[in-house]
Design a protein around this ligand. Structure first.
Ligand SMILES: Nc1ncnc2c1ncn2[C@@H]1O[C@H](COP(=O)(O)OP(=O)(O)OP(=O)(O)O)[C@@H](O)[C@H]1O
Ligand SMILES: [Mg+2]
Length: 267
């Protein structure tokens, strides 16, 4: 059998003794688009950070490509939830994207023509070409987020780990980038994205991991997005359920039977 891309065994992670991931077992294969979903505070970012080796499990284990996370960092691109760097210092968009081309083994090395071509291509893919020479601090929030996406793409990783990468990015750009990631998936790359929108999740993701401290479900998208799982994860919060309207219609699921009134909106 092939080594799983990601394997968590009895994974528990705590902050100040309080478990935020509890006894998670899951195994995910390479060459898929995988969505990590669940309500705020359900442990999605913690899960990604543990996969990256940024947080240590309190018990249990995670393996990436069958190895300790720290041993395989060169093979992945991580896009953290909202970049926390202060971009007040002078850095042009193209320089930040080119950072994706540096390797630990070649930190002071010169960038090749190929590196520059890949960076240009990535800027083009996210619609940033015209901003290439602008200071990143002068860009809007959504444009900055696109810079980090371009940097991740330019790196050409085997695995993308992205934490809400489309926050603040307009729908057309999000769609274009998801299509690009799907093409990379078709070439065998793996994409793991923390994502809130269940409709785009249904359209683009092959598999989902649904968390709420515990693992509620993981597997093929249509097997995870069931009323029972969503109810368990979101506790019947109506905003989510009403956003699921289209999806539910498509899936021929009848919420009325379950006594849910979709005229209420939480936010
Ligand atoms: N550094 C920290 N110290 C203490 N508690 C933390 C820390 N980071 C996160 N937590 C807590 O752990 C829980 C899970 O947080 P996490 O960031 O993984 O959630 P999330 O699913 O990514 O949420 P969101 O959708 O809001 O991004 C939350 O209750 C959060 O308050
Ligand atoms: Mg998060």
């Amino acid at each position: 059998m092939n080594t799983p891309l990601i394997e968590a065994k009895s994974l528990t992670v705590r902050y100040h003794y309080k478990p935020v991931l509890w006894n998670i077992d899951c195994s995910l294969s390479a060459g898929r688009m995988i969505g990590i979903i669940g309500p705020n505070g359900s442990g999605k970012t913690t899960f990604l950070k543990t996969l990256m080796g940024l947080l240590k499990p309190d018990s249990g284990s995670v393996r990436l490509f069958g190895k300790e996370p720290k041993q395989v960092l060169e093979r992945l691109s991580y896009v953290p939830q909202r970049e926390s760097v202060d971009w007040d210092f002078p850095a042009r968009v193209q320089d930040v994207v080119l950072m994706g081309r540096y390797r630990r083994s070649n930190l002071l090395g010169r960038l090749s023509k190929e590196d520059r071509r890949l960076a240009d291509e990535a800027m083009d893919e996210v619609g940033l070409t015209e901003f290439a020479k602008r200071q990143i601090g002068e860009l809007s929030g959504g444009q900055q987020q696109r810079v980090f996406l371009a940097r991740a793409i330019a790196r050409q990783p085997e695995l993308f780990l992205m934490d809400e990468p489309f926050a603040g990015v307009d729908a057309a750009t999000e769609d274009a980038i998801l299509r690009l990631l799907a093409r990379l998936r078709d070439k065998g790359r793996s994409v793991v994205i923390v994502h809130h929108d269940l409709q785009t999740a249904q359209r683009f993701f092959d598999e989902l991991v649904l968390l709420r401290t515990r693992l509620i479900a993981s597997g093929p998208t249509e097997q995870v997005l069931t009323p029972d799982h969503l109810d368990e994860a979101y506790g019947g919060r109506l905003s989510v359920l009403s956003r699921m309207g289209d999806l539910l219609q498509k899936s021929q699921l009848d919420w009325k039977e379950r006594g849910i009134n979709d005229s209420d909106h939480e936010r």
